[in-house]
Design a protein around this ligand. Structure first.
Ligand SMILES: Cc1ncc(COP(=O)(O)O)c(C=O)c1O
Length: 385
């Protein structure tokens, strides 16, 4: 007979955090009164200013989502269709798909085991005559080795972009994520730390890139509505910006909630063989929107998937972020010589070990204690192998 799950309602990873609902509705009402609903409206402009201020950048172009933001950023940076872009295989499929959709060729690189971010030495081995850029990912908000990558990109004359979907509000060497490389791209998807229902932003200190990106996201229209380039429609609407503005107001509070949740997980899982909470960069500010555990099968006695299954049986909807490596997903796995010319052992090991657990305002100490109890009941220790 199936056992009663520990939780009657599902616990999700990335349950949206919503700010002040009255203020949101007021902002939406104002937009309706103005009848200015999209096309660079006042709420979008205010949101862009606030994002740029937090990211410490001269420019911000708000976009419909991070996926289109990355397509636009790479194009605006001058990466051409047919050119290769080096991307870590340990990321969400949105990162390579964005490049592939823009006609560029994702070439997968391995990652550093401790941080899960792109390994610059491995990236260098993949640089060839067709390489146009490097697209690092601040995985779980943990910044890439920005200095090493900046040096590498500089030596080879490549564009350096960052997928900062997870990293809004985080720092690298005490400087905010956003101003590194040629451009960085945030996601404001409903599950993210800052949430505009759907949304994203390209941030940069490069005046020319910002101007090109602004035109590209608005069907190639320049400031005077003249057509200055090709383009797509990746505009953010006023309703999305209203949600983003309200969300920006609770980031300090949310950081504290996430910090506390992560600590409860650390305390609840302490001493369990083979289970560790993956750390953020020491000494840096981190939004901690993802709490990710690493299950070492040899020490835990069970594979990560057994823990994942046990959690799901109890209505805890853990996510295998990221599994499998992007190089093993379509369409890339069909052409390994093109997309994964070198072995990716660290990525392949990590994708078998990581598991994202519910966090954010939807969970508290009671839920986290329950999640830890399920994990503790599942892990057997080394003798179970
Ligand atoms: C690492 C990473 N990059 C990009 C994206 C795509 O963001 P969006 O949904 O805003 O296009 C996500 C979304 O989950 C992500 O996790």
């Amino acid at each position: 007979m199936p056992r009663t799950p520990m939780f009657s309602e599902p616990l999700h990873v990335g349950r949206p955090n919503v700010g002040d609902r009255d203020r949101l509705l007021r902002l939406i009402n104002d937009a309706l009164d103005r009848l200015w609903l999209t096309n660079n409206g006042p709420l979008v402009r205010e949101f862009e200013e606030k994002v740029a201020e937090r990211a410490g950048t001269r420019h911000c172009v708000a976009v419909a989502n991070a996926t289109s933001g990355m397509q636009i950023a790479a194009t605006a940076a001058g990466v051409r269709p047919g050119q290769e872009v080096i991307i870590p295989a340990f990321t969400w499929i949105a990162t390579p798909h964005a490049m592939e959709w823009a006609g560029m060729v994702p070439v997968f690189c391995d990652v550093d085991e401790e941080s899960g971010t792109i390994d610059p030495e491995h990236a260098e081995k993949l640089i060839g005559p067709r390489t146009g850029g490097i697209l690092g990912v601040h995985v779980y908000g943990r910044p890439c080795p920005v200095d090493e990558l900046t040096d590498l990109a500089g030596r080879h004359g490549l564009s350096l972009l960052f997928d900062a979907a997870h990293a809004f509000g985080n720092t690298y060497r005490q400087r905010p994520v956003g101003g590194f490389g040629t451009a960085e791209v945030f996601s404001f998807h409903a599950t993210k730390f800052v949430n505009s229902f759907e949304g994203g932003a390209i941030v940069t200190n490069d005046d020319g890139l910002a101007e090109r990106a602004r035109a590209l996201h608005h069907l190639g229209l320049g400031p005077g509505r003249e057509i200055v380039s090709r383009g797509t429609n990746a505009r953010m609407s006023e309703i999305h910006a209203a949600m983003g503005l309200v969300s920006l107001e609770i980031t300090d509070e949310l950081m504290e909630v996430n910090r506390r949740n992560e600590q409860w997980y650390r305390d609840g899982l302490a001493g369990l063989p083979g289970v560790t909470v993956r750390p953020q960069a020491p000494g840096e500010r981190a939004n901690r929107q993802y709490v990710v555990i690493d299950v070492d099968e040899r020490a835990a006695g069970v594979h990560r998937d057994a823990v994942h299954d046990a959690l799901h049986e109890n209505n805890v909807l853990s996510r295998r972020y990221f599994h499998p490596g992007c190089h093993l997903s379509e369409p890339y796995r069909a052409a390994p010589a093109v997309h994964a010319p070198l072995p990716l052992p660290v990525t392949e090991a990590l994708t078998e070990r990581v598991l994202a657990l519910p966090s954010g305002t939807a969970v508290g100490s009671v839920e986290i204690a329950g999640v830890c109890e399920i994990i503790a009941r599942t892990v057997t220790g080394p003798r179970g192998v």
